[in-house]
Design a protein around this ligand. Structure first.
Ligand SMILES: Nc1nc2c(ncn2[C@@H]2O[C@H](COP(=O)(O)OP(=O)(O)OP(=O)(O)O)[C@@H](O)[C@H]2O)c(=O)[nH]1
Ligand SMILES: [Mg+2]
Length: 296
């Protein structure tokens, strides 16, 4: 077996909510393809991110944070998608937030399959003042598991990212590329647009509202390089509609303008975005709505 052979394969990024899985994926890919926020449970559906290097192609799947508490059908489906993602990959990146291993982290470890190799990424090391603080965490992990490697990283600064890719490479099978060099995701522009808009709900709205909101793209057409997107923000309660719209429509305007800026950056072209707010009670338990928004 030659050490120089090209390698390519699928990897799942898993971890408890909010440890920085999506941020890490974006950092490796070099573009924001998966949405992030300071709130847990931002990611709801699997998003593929492709990293192409001269000697390897890494096809990562970003998964929702695995939850030990789950109420709605959506939460159950999200956990199921994590378990599924873990079982059909060549390797797993288990993301843990430095400097501590929590009970929720241990629950994630319980999902890992003994026959699939995994690497632990200790994320957010930029916020750990003294790197010696990482040692007890590494010992805790080694007492629990047998990872192929434990790599301290920071999705925020990019520290450790090349090292992470280097230890993942030998875990992939020897084979040629599966995607073109310039492909960064398999998600459609429609899906990415919905996600970028949803990110703004997580970033710009108060506590519980983003959890009870959903985005549906009603129309997406590209004419002469201009993307015209009509999107609906679906909220669960009539009272929430006014909060999303804000005083004189100011909040909705801010949400739409930030989402549009992100879309233009990612798609590399002009976007015309129109957004409506609608009330649909109980959507988080409605299989039809969930399927349409990619949560299955
Ligand atoms: N300081 C610091 N913050 C980080 C780092 N990586 C992610 N974060 C922050 O952690 C929060 C959660 O990041 P996400 O990438 O959304 O986390 P996630 O694991 O995908 O979360 P879910 O999808 O909700 O499970 C955000 O506020 C990020 O900006 C890091 O390396 N350093
Ligand atoms: Mg995420």
């Amino acid at each position: 077996m030659s050490g120089d052979a090209h390698r390519a394969g699928h990897l799942a990024i898993v971890g408890r909510p909010n440890v920085g899985k999506s941020s890490l994926l974006n950092r490796m890919v070099g573009q924001k393809i998966s949405i992030t926020s300071r709130r847990p449970q931002t990611t709801r559906q699997r998003i593929i991110g492709i990293v192409t290097r001269p000697d390897a192609q890494y096809v990562f799947v970003d998964t929702p944070g695995f939850q030990t508490r789950h109420g709605s059908t959506m939460n159950r489906l999200m956990n199921r998608s994590v378990t599924r993602s873990i079982s059909d990959v060549d390797a797993v990146v288990w993301v843990v937030e430095a400097p501590r291993l929590t009970a929720e982290d241990r629950a994630v470890f319980g999902l890992l399959r003994p026959d699939i190799p995994f690497v632990v990424a200790l994320n957010k090391i930029d916020s750990v003042g003294n790197k010696n603080e990482l040692l007890p965490l590494m010992q805790d992990i080694e007492a629990l598991a047998r990872p192929a490697a434990i790599i301290p990283v920071s999705a925020k600064t990019g520290s450790g990212i090349d090292g992470l890719l280097a230890v993942l490479r030998p875990l992939l099978p020897e084979q040629e590329v599966m995607y073109g060099e310039d492909e960064v995701t398999t998600a459609s522009e429609r899906t990415l647009a919905a996600e970028l808009l949803r990110e703004k709900l997580f970033r710009l709205l108060g506590e519980e509202l983003p959890y009870s909101a959903l985005v549906e793209i009603e129309k997406f057409e590209t004419v002469n390089g201009l993307r015209r997107i009509h999107a609906g923000i679906i909220v669960d309660k009539p009272g929430h509609k006014g909060i999303v719209i804000g005083k004189g429509g100011a909040k909705l305007k801010e949400i739409a303008s930030q989402a549009r800026a992100d879309m233009e950056r990612l798609f590399g072209g002009k976007v015309f975005l129109e957004v409506w707010v609608k009330v649909k009670s109980g959507w988080a338990d409605d299989p039809g709505v969930l399927r349409r928004s990619g949560i299955d």
